[in-house]
Design a protein around this ligand. Structure first.
Ligand code: SF4
Length: 605
């Protein structure tokens, strides 16, 4: 792989770092390699906002090729929202452009004295004054910096005012709306006075077996183009799942407290396609093009919302106004805030207001009525600026709830708001949310697709009923390992590429001769290493749980009357994982099996 460029913003030192070849082989790249590289630094006493706190941007071994949906990169560090392992991946074109500069990653530490941005032009890196761009929203920031660097084709990854102001769910955005949204790493960038990173490169992507890769990726893209899922994502966007998620009771409404909302049909992917859709957009070399371009009543073309944003500002708040959802999503993008956490935290405020736990004295005088989107807009402004009630909303739902004596009502796991795939409809998601290394996360395993029937036999996965219990624990573990491989390759999980194809692509790009079990082993190793990182950061067996709302059955809708048997599922999961059932830690035997014996002393003193 290419070197990683290390930048210390305190001293201005810049140096190339060569990854040891055995780490490259064992972890492949992306979030897995980041876990290995950051392991020594992520200690319990590390303040995510201190200068030493690292921000590591990494590509994978396929990134930047024309392979199937591999234009993504990941940013990793310690989350200010959860205090745990943080990773967040992002599409667009910025990651490939970084690779074209001759680097597979950027590793930032330190804190600049005043706002700066980085400008990497091939292998030449400048730390530039960012005073003029500080305070601009993420769209303005990209335009301003592109103009200032003056080189056509430069791509800019930037924070917005939310990251500057330390909002705990601030992210980084590039290419007008592609976001590394989750876990608050935008606020970490802000704490370093780092506004943005602009990149433009001209180099070629290195491949271990360049003669084998092109025909493989052509065949993979051809197969992907013909795939039914691709057609649905292309035509309807990620909100294609809205109708059946609603039918199955998997789409949360009224902050996870109602199984039905009659306005769902007005905010689905098919409704968007029939009403406001004006085009599609794609990340680098992706044949799926799930991104939406919409035109609202002002006639301007803008980014259309994806599924999570639609539910977050739609059914979650009993709102069925698709245009308003589009604008709220854009407002979050401009401020640089994660839409899942923003809508989740505002949903908690609405819920507590409805129940009389908070009132207008707490809400800066705002009345929080379900469905009133004007108020949501005001709350987003207050949150990004940390004014009034926004000071507490900016801390995410766990701390918002704690401040008002209602932490148990917050629908979050370990400080990360639950994504909108309800485990009362797909029980596998109960285990996924309870055990994900970054809090309640659907990107560490979108197991709901398995519960819907996408059980790939070459991963040795069985099909179980969507509301089955502990019998699916091993399946979930294997699926998490598989998605950990995707997050190492930084391959988009929407790409329904066959397992054999992924194996062949990795072998040709990395010069390996692996089979699927080798690849899964790499995923399992990284999953366990992230677990050990979290154990060192204070995570225990007691952290593996679901919030109260998800353990109360819906009264109506497609999943009424069911709650996942999380306790028995977790017991089976620890066995499937080879983890100690008392502590939830990987056992010394498991660590040896994975080549991780070197961490044993850190968690089994
Ligand atoms: S499927 Fe969508 S998110 Fe994934 S790489 Fe393609 S355009 Fe980007």
């Amino acid at each position: 792989m290419q070197p990683i460029l290390k930048v210390n913003l305190t001293t201005g030192d810049i140096a190339e770092y060569i990854v040891p070849p055995e780490w490259e082989r064992d972890y492949l790249g992306g979030a897995s390699l980041a876990a290995r590289l950051l392991y020594p630094l992520l200690t319990g006493d590390l303040d995510p906002f201190c200068p030493e706190s690292p921000l590591l941007f990494l590509n994978g071994p396929l990134s930047g090729t024309a392979g199937p949906s591999v234009g993504r990169f990941v940013v990793c560090g310690k989350s200010p929202a959860t205090g745990l392992w943080a990773e967040s991946n992002c599409g667009g074109f910025w990651g490939p452009e970084l690779r074209f500069c001759g680097y597979d990653g950027l590793w930032i530490t330190g804190k600049a004295e005043k706002p700066v941005y980085l400008w990497l032009n091939d292998s030449h890196l400048e730390i530039r004054d960012g005073t003029e761009v500080w305070g601009k929203d993420t769209y303005e920031s990209q335009t301003y910096i592109k103009d200032e660097v003056g080189i056509s084709g430069a791509h800019v990854l930037t924070i917005g005012p939310a990251g500057e102001n330390g909002v705990l769910f601030a992210g980084l955005l590039c290419d007008h709306g592609r976001a590394a949204g989750r876990t608050g790493l935008g606020a970490v960038a802000g704490s370093k006075n780092l506004k943005a990173i602009a990149v433009k490169g001209t180099k070629k992507i290195p491949l271990a077996r360049p003669e084998l890769f092109p025909p493989l990726r052509s065949a993979a893209n051809h197969a992907l183009k013909e795939d039914n899922l691709t057609h649905v994502f292309h035509d309807l966007g990620t909100a294609c799942v809205a109708d059946y998620a609603d039918y199955l009771g998997a789409m949360p409404k009224k902050y996870f407290h109602s199984g039905v909302f009659e306005g769902v049909g007005k905010v689905s992917g098919s409704t968007m396609a029939e009403t406001i859709l004006a085009g599609v957009s794609a990340c680098h070399a992706c044949v799926i093009a799930c991104g939406r371009v919409v035109r609202l009543e002002d006639g301007e073309k803008r980014k259309g919302p994806e599924y999570e944003t639609i539910v977050s500002f739609g059914p979650n708040l009993l709102n069925d106004d698709l245009a308003a959802i589009t604008r709220l999503g854009e407002l979050c993008d401009r401020y640089g805030m994660d839409t899942i956490s923003a809508g989740g935290t505002i949903g908690l405020a609405y819920y507590l207001f409805d129940r009389g736990v908070i009132n207008i004295k707490d809400t800066s005088g705002l009345i929080l009525h379900w469905g009133d989107v004007k108020t949501v807009e005001q709350l987003l402004h207050l949150t990004a600026r940390r004014e009034g009630i926004g000071e507490y909303l900016a801390q995410g739902s766990r701390l918002f709830g704690r401040h008002f004596g209602a932490e148990q009502e917050a629908v979050q796991v370990n400080g990360l708001e639950v994504a909108y795939h309800d485990p009362r409809a797909y029980s596998g998601m109960a285990l996924v949310y309870a055990t994900s290394p970054r809090g309640a996360c659907h990107n560490q395993s979108d197991y709901f697709y398995v519960d819907l029937g996408q059980a790939d036999s070459s991963l040795r996965m069985e099909f179980y009923n969507r509301q089955a219990g502990s019998e699916k624990a091993l399946n979930v573990a294997r699926h998490q390992d598989w998605r950990t491989v995707f997050n190492a390759l930084v391959m988009c999980t929407f790409a329904n590429v066959s397992v054999d194809t992924v194996v062949a692509l990795v072998n040709s790009a990395c010069g390996l001769d692996w089979n699927v079990e080798d690849l899964l082993g790499s995923g399992e190793r990284a999953w366990n290493l992230k677990r050990v990182i979290n154990n060192r950061l204070g995570l225990t067996r007691a952290n593996d749980k679901l919030p109260k709302a998800l353990l109360e059955p819906y009264q109506d809708g497609g999943s009424a009357g069911y709650v996942p048997p999380i306790d028995e599922m977790l017991k089976a999961y620890y066995i499937a994982r080879g983890w100690d059932p008392e502590t939830g830690k990987p056992t010394p035997k498991k660590l040896v099996e994975l080549g991780l014996e070197w961490v044993t002393q850190d968690i089994w003193k």
